[in-house]
Design a protein around this ligand. Sequence first.
Ligand code: SF4
Ligand code: ZN
Length: 95
Amino acid sequence: MEAMIKIYCRDHHRSGATICAECQALLDYATVRLERCRFGESKPTCAKCPVHCYQRTRREQVKVVMRQAGPRMLWEHPVMSLRHWLDGFRAAPEV
Ligand code: SF4
Ligand SMILES: [Zn+2]
């Protein structure tokens, strides 16, 4: 998530080495959600999650970031992308 937000911010907000305040707030939010994720170790990818713990507006923001930065991730972080893609095959746990 962090790598994706960094790419998005760099390309869309023209930020330098650090990300802008707005993107930082989104990253902080996603980090807290992740820490509190009820699935812990067996966490599905959030896109496949049956719970979707994100607030509506945050979820929309994440979607935009993924749409824009997703394709770039493949080139800039191929291993990370592959891992996440493989994680996507794991079935979400029962809630
Ligand atoms: S959306 Fe689902 S998988 Fe993602 S952090 Fe929230 S509860 Fe966990
Ligand atoms: Zn930004």
